[in-house]
Design a protein around this ligand. Structure first.
Ligand code: NAD
Length: 365
């Protein structure tokens, strides 16, 4: 029997190698005449060239860094306001896309960025449309209502339906320059999205289909894409798989592995992808059941144990840290307490209390 479900996905998705070259025509088609590009330094030269050429781009804010800071989001929103931008284009990994979403929401009241960050004030009704352009194959932020922003050490995941980009422009060629370490971290983040969307307590049939397909493509292509950035077939597959991963968790939300990633990032300042990868194989084994075995068969993975073993191999191969002692000296009990208190832990299919999580982290010491 199929349980009732509601599926909604409002983002217009354009996918294809080289599609970014058609940005000016796309902006003209959408009636956008003054877009601000928000990006990190790796994309600054290309963004500046686009702004210099006009053609729908009026300016660039290129100071976004990993774990984006509210101060940068506020500065980007202030620039969009001053330039009278009519859209924001976020180009980069999750950090740039999440910054673009938040900046677009506060453009009319950027002085109150703190109040929006803390939730003391609801976001203004008017927002600029966002075009999300991923350059990593990981977060799926281009199709989610999530924005993860930090203020100093305080990192917040803000969920708001109006954070959904108007348009996602996924051009795998933009990822050709991503360093291999980032390829593996972001690829395992995409795998975590697909698996967690699938095993979330709020999973549903359409998201499940995309999760299985995402795992199938990641299984076949992540290692190839990590080994050789000129393997365009594998890199394109990973860009598509990350998009599918985003679609598969956008409604069901993630679960235990992502809940654990928050204390790991906070205490050890590791990237989001590496933090998710740290416990992913442990959660694969903890959440093993008939449904997960079914996904593994459908995705061509083999068994649940094969999946966990391959995740461990990939981490070791790419030099991701796999032991708590390599990260720092926060005791497992403290990590477990913080992870158990995270709201996403409630989505995990197997209940994981503080003691169960302490055992999980202790096994990773
Ligand atoms: P990132 O955006 O922080 O980028 C990682 C690094 O790769 C950065 O140094 C960046 O400059 C570099 N980089 C990106 N593209 C490049 C390219 N084409 N060439 C060379 N270098 C490049 O990493 P990420 O994993 O994509 O995003 C992580 C952020 O996204 C975290 O803040 C995380 O919490 C958030 N996140 C958001 C969602 C969502 O739904 N909104 C989902 C998962 C994660």
């Amino acid at each position: 029997m199929i349980a009732d479900f509601l599926y909604r996905q409002p983002v217009e998705i354009h996918f294809g190698r080289g599609k970014f070259d058609g940005l000016p025509a796309l902006l003209a088609e959408k009636g956008i005449r003054r877009a601000l590009i928000v990006c990190g330094s790796h994309f600054a030269p290309k963004a500046e060239a686009l702004a210099a050429a006009g053609q729908g781009v009026c300016g660039v804010y290129s100071h976004i860094q990993a774990d984006p800071q509210l101060a940068d989001v506020q500065a980007a929103a202030a620039l969009a306001s001053r330039l009278e931008a009519d859209a924001i284009i976020g180009v980069g990994g999750g950090s740039a896309m999440d910054s673009a979403k938040f900046a677009a929401a506060i453009v009319d009241d950027f002085d109150s960025a703190d109040a929006y960050f803390t939730g003391k004030r609801p976001f203004p009704a008017r927002r600029l449309p966002v075009i999300a352009v991923p350059t990593t194959s990981g977060t799926g932020s281009e199709v989610t209502q999530v924005s993860v922003i930090s203020r100093g050490e305080e990192k917040r995941t803000i969920n708001d339906p109006a954070f959904m980009p108007a348009l996602a422009l996924v051009d795998p060629a933009l990822g050709d320059t991503v360093p291999p370490h980032v390829v593996m971290c972001t690829g395992l983040d995409a795998l975590a999205h697909a698996l967690e969307g699938y095993w979330s307590r709020h999973h549903q049939p359409i998201s499940d289909l995309m999760a299985v397909e995402a795992v199938r493509r990641i299984w076949a292509n992540l290692e190839r894409a990590w080994r050789d950035r000129t393997d365009t077939e594998a890199c394109d597959e990973m860009a598509f798989a990350a998009l599918l991963g985003g679609l598969s968790f956008a409604l069901p939300k993630t679960a235990g592995c992502h809940a654990c990633s928050y204390p790991l990032c906070e205490h050890f300042h590791i990237s989001h992808g590496e933090a998710c990868a740290f416990t992913l194989d442990s959660f694969v084994l903890a959440n093993a059941d008939d449904r997960l075995a079914c996904l593994c068969r459908a995705a061509g993975v083999g068994t649940v144990e094969d999946l966990a073993a391959r995740i461990r191999e990939w981490k070791a191969m790419a030099g991701l840290r796999t032991r708590l002692r390599d990260l720092g000296d926060t005791p497992p009990r403290q990590l477990a307490r913080e992870a158990a208190a995270h709201p996403l832990m409630g989505n995990n299919p197997v209940p994981m209390d503080e003691d169960a999580l302490c055992a999980l982290f202790t096994a990773l010491q």
